[in-house]
Design a protein around this ligand. Structure first.
Ligand code: DCP
Ligand code: CA
Length: 406
């Protein structure tokens, strides 16, 4: 079957989210990545800022020299994460054959989906419209018979573009482009190819694969195929998480039982929600502690029955904490909790487990409220006191160590 692959990528993603939160940034040169004068680099530059040469990875000091009137923003990662999740959820409405590549980019295999969505270019337009309506970010879409060509196409039509490469026209589409447009061909490879007088993809396509293999090894074989518009790699769903954990460092080392247990409860609830989102049950609960002297220990406990509830995770973690502190009672620098040995949860299990049924629907209700209004919109006694220890923003506690581990 002739494949139809979409590559979709949000335009100037971090800046787009910031503009949604503060429309006065529209039309201005904006860079996300830290205060000017700081030592960081630009993570995302608006297209207006790019006109001055600003781009991702550039040191802030240089960025400020190039465009002194640009607006520099520190960035709010939890907001980008939230937008990213909503973006992926929209894509999943179109096809289950979805491969996220990064926070703002994914491949979709839409082969044969005309019967569901009608002409695919129209489906792509609807997808872009829906993203603009619901996340208020523009996206660019490339459509082609392979991942590589679709990705090149989406980049070429940015921003807010849509570019379809018809089947059979892949090689001619690529031929005039600089070799650097191919995925994975960076400055170094570009220079190397330049030394062989190869600067366009067409010239690369016409180069003997034997030569490419001698120069680039196995990567040369791929360059040969790709430059000729051939790429058979499948769109594959990411491998599911093997474990899920959350941890944080305290502002100062502590032995305060209320703080330790409250934090454990909060982190455990975050783990539980992620676990339920993945539709998994956990067999093993893991506790991690780092003491003030950096000694790091972990303790685990295997549950009698695989579970996905906050109570089971926290109570097990709490017991592990009590016994760990019995062995060594010292101030703690970092605490973390995780689950592993994950298995798919099935409705059947909860049907048989009548006792857990009520709690099950309650926790799902809590999950959906937290999804809408932020994690701290519903809190139990233990975590309420955490407001005195961690700053809170948009319904999340701001933890010291980012808690994005899977
Ligand atoms: N990012 C980052 N550091 C980098 C590159 C990217 O933190 N060196 C982040 C910020 C970007 C996001 O990842 O907004 C997506 O990266 P992209 O490469 O897709 O770039 P943009 O979305 O910013 O711009 P474009 O419109 O070119 O896709
Ligand atoms: Ca992007």
């Amino acid at each position: 079957m002739i494949r139809r692959i979409f590559h979709i990528d949000l335009d100037a993603f971090f800046v787009a989210v910031e503009r949604d939160l503060d429309p006065s940034l529209n039309g201005k040169p904006v860079a996300v990545g830290g205060e000017p004068g700081g030592r960081g680099v630009v993570a995302c530059a608006s297209y207006e800022a790019r006109a001055y040469g600003l781009k991702a990875g550039m040191p802030l000091a240089q960025a400020q020299r190039l465009c002194p009137h640009a607006i520099f923003l520190v960035g709010r990662f939890s907001r980008y994460q939230e937008a990213s999740e909503r973006f992926m959820a929209i894509l999943a409405e179109y096809t289950p054959f979805l491969e996220p590549l990064s926070v703002d980019e994914a491949f979709l295999d839409m082969s044969g989906f005309e019967t569901i969505h009608g002409p695919l270019d129209k489906a792509a337009r609807r997808m872009k419209d829906q993203i603009r309506r619901e996340i208020r970010v523009t996206a660019s879409v490339g459509i082609a018979s392979s991942k590589v060509v679709a990705k090149v196409a989406s980049e070429l039509c940015k921003p807010d573009g849509l570019l379809e490469v018809k089947t059979g026209e892949e090689a001619s589409f690529l031929a005039t482009l600089p070799v650097g447009k191919l995925p994975g061909v960076g400055t170094k490879a570009e220079q190397k190819l330049g030394s062989f007088n190869i600067s366009t993809v067409g010239q690369l396509a016409a180069t003997s694969p034997v030569v490419l293999r001698r120069v680039f090894g196995a990567w040369g074989d791929l360059l040969h195929l790709w430059s000729n518009g051939q790429d058979h790699s499948p769109v594959s769903a990411p491998t599911p998480a093997k474990s899920i954990s959350r941890e944080t460092t305290f502002a100062s080392d502590t032995l305060d039982a209320e703080l330790l247990r409250g934090t454990l409860r909060y982190l455990g609830e975050r783990v539980g929600m992620a676990l339920r989102k993945e539709g998994k049950l956990a067999r093993v609960v893991v506790l991690k502690l780092r003491y003030a002297d950096f000694q790091t220990i972990s303790r685990h406990h295997t549950l009698k029955q695989p579970r996905d509830g906050d109570e089971a995770i926290f109570e097990t973690g709490d017991q592990l904490l009590t016994s760990a502190l019995k062995e060594r009672r010292d101030r703690v620098r970092l605490i973390g909790i995780g689950v592993s040995s994950l298995i798919p949860s099935s409705n059947q299990l909860s049907l048989f487990d009548k006792s857990g049924f009520k709690g099950d629907s309650l926790i799902r209700a809590i999950d959906s409220i937290r999804d809408k209004h932020g994690f701290t919109s519903i809190q139990r006694g233990l975590t309420l006191a955490l407001g005195n220890h961690f700053p809170e923003e948009h319904g999340h506690f701001i933890l010291k160590t980012s808690s994005l581990s899977r």
